[in-house]
Ligand binder design. Structure first.
Ligand SMILES: C[S@@+](CC[C@H](N)C(=O)[O-])C[C@H]1O[C@@H](n2cnc3c(N)ncnc32)[C@H](O)[C@@H]1O
Length: 480
């Protein structure tokens, strides 16, 4: 702990204990928007491989993959990644190679994560891999596990998984209870590794980053550069303040956010957004994001349940909507949404587009124009239409999402920046240069804070903006 504090002190940080939160990462100097607060390589990480989709165990690439011939479980994109991972994979490979074919199928990414955790501990204790103040198993030991709070069913599942890990490791001296507790630690401390566009790639355990607590209105953001986790300030953070990131998708009502946090991280959030739960403004916002629209299409009011529970009444114009009518339409939407995964995985985007357009039509009759479910449908239609190369329509749906994004995300949220980037790319493609410049500028303003400016992803965005500006000034000079 002293070594960790010394290492953090050099970066303007320190670990404190807060009464209701446990350990927290606190600043010992000011941080400014866009500044890197801390970055860390994972103690262990695994790609999100499944039986149908694989990626490289070193860099998550999905191309030129070759399966490790010995264990037949792990994939690499080439010898560079294979060599980099070899010290750890050598041990893992020996353990996996001993399993029969059927058993190997049960080696999920979570099981691999645990196997790798113990193997890395072994390599560090034998000094094959160096130990540093921010890269050691002691930090894993200090992670919260919430073992006393999790239910019986979950405990049984962890125990079964722990038995499988023990069987793979072939070390009867490793305590099953300890492995089960480590599964619980992974559940509330591991982070989903995403690419620059926030698409999930894998899972990693970053024991120092895991000291950072959650807020639904955070002052920092966690992004990844490959597997390196990078925390950046999104606002001015003064000395002696707590660093806070969001663990969850915050585009939901307070009650939904609190439920998610309780179920996955086992705490009740009391951030500035959550303490408003039940207050008038919060009820109104929830009714907009997850509730229904007024019967009158010209009215933008939100609806609340009538006191006799027979229906919903618009808080702007007073019109009521019948509960049964809403229920029926909601059932129809659900029936269509249930068909959606099949339609999207069937590989026929045309079918998926028709289905989602039907969903949108029904949702527009039921949901408030700022509804999150309607926004998700617009996102899906944008994605499908890009696939179909229907650029104009894709742009229409992308633009529809922007006001909802603006409403639900704070100014410097990566998803807002990325959505502006998507709009800008489509506008540029369609020759709408002035609009493209506006969208790309907004994307740059946000993403330079959340993502920095040095990654290939950001360099490409900056180049696109420059190209668009150059074209606009060339067109202008031609006109003059
Ligand atoms: C990734 S850990 C964060 C570090 C943790 N406080 C510790 O002592 O190691 C996640 C856990 O921290 C606690 N936590 C995180 N954010 C919190 C918050 N806003 N309020 C209360 N507890 C919080 C919860 O127990 C949660 O399961």
């Amino acid at each position: 702990m002293e070594q960790l504090q010394a290492s953090l002190q050099a970066r303007g940080l320190s670990v404190s204990n807060l009464p209701d939160k446990g350990r927290s990462l606190v600043t010992t100097k000011d941080f400014y928007p866009g500044e890197v607060i801390i970055s860390q390589e994972p103690y262990v990480f695994v790609p999100n491989n499944s039986l149908t989709e694989s990626s490289c165990d070193g860099c998550f690439s999905k191309s030129n993959l070759k399966k490790c011939s010995a264990c037949q479980v792990v994939w690499y994109c080439g010898s560079t990644c294979q060599k980099l991972e070899w010290k750890l994979h050598r041990l893992e490979c020996q353990a996996l190679a001993k399993l029969d074919k059927e058993r190997r199928k049960s080696v999920t990414p979570t099981i691999r994560m645990m196997v790798k955790l113990y193997l890395r501990r072994k390599l560090q204790s034998e000094r094959v891999i160096p130990v540093t103040a921010i890269d050691n198993y002691n930090l894993v030991e200090q992670l919260v596990s919430h073992m006393l709070d999790i239910d019986e069913k979950q405990l049984v599942l962890y125990a079964q998984m722990a038995n499988l890990v023990n069987l793979i490791l072939g070390c009867p001296d490793i305590d099953i209870k300890e492995i089960a507790e480590n599964f619980s630690k992974i559940a509330c401390n591991a982070h989903t590794i995403c690419d620059s566009e926030l698409r999930p790639l894998g899972t990693g355990l970053y024991p120092v980053i895991s000291i950072i607590n959650h807020s639904c209105l955070p002052n920092s953001v966690l992004v990844f550069e490959g597997r390196l986790a990078v925390v950046r300030a999104v606002q001015h953070i003064p000395k002696d303040a707590e660093i806070l990131i969001s663990y969850i998708e915050t585009a939901t009502s307070t009650i939904t956010r609190q439920k998610t946090l309780k179920e996955q991280y086992l705490f009740t959030c009391t951030c500035p957004c959550c303490i408003k739960v039940g207050q008038h403004d919060d009820i109104q916002e929830s009714a907009i994001l997850e509730g229904y629209r007024c019967r009158d299409n010209r009215c933008s009011g939100f609806l609340l349940r009538e006191s006799d529970d027979k229906g919903f009444v618009c808080q702007q114009c007073g019109l009521t909507r019948n509960k049964e009518e809403i229920r029926k339409k909601s059932r129809d939407i659900k029936a269509l949404l249930d068909k959606a995964p099949k339609s999207t995985s069937s590989g026929n985007p045309q079918d998926a587009m028709i289905l989602y357009k039907n969903i949108e039509k029904l949702q527009k009759e039921v949901c408030h124009p700022f509804s999150i479910s309607l926004m998700r449908t617009w996102e899906k239609l944008h994605e499908i239409l890009v696939q179909l190369e229907e650029w104009k329509e894709a742009l229409t749906f992308c633009r529809l999402t922007i006001p909802v994004y603006e409403r639900v995300y704070p100014g410097f949220h990566p998803l807002l920046g990325l959505q502006y980037y998507s709009c800008g790319k489509l506008e540029w493609l369609l020759g709408e240069t002035d609009d493209a410049i506006k969208s790309l500028t907004k994307a740059v303003d946000i993403l330079r804070i959340t993502h920095g400016t040095n990654t290939p992803f950001m360099k490409e965005l900056l180049m696109k903006l420059e190209e668009a500006r150059a074209e606009a000034s060339y067109t202008l000079s031609c006109k003059e």
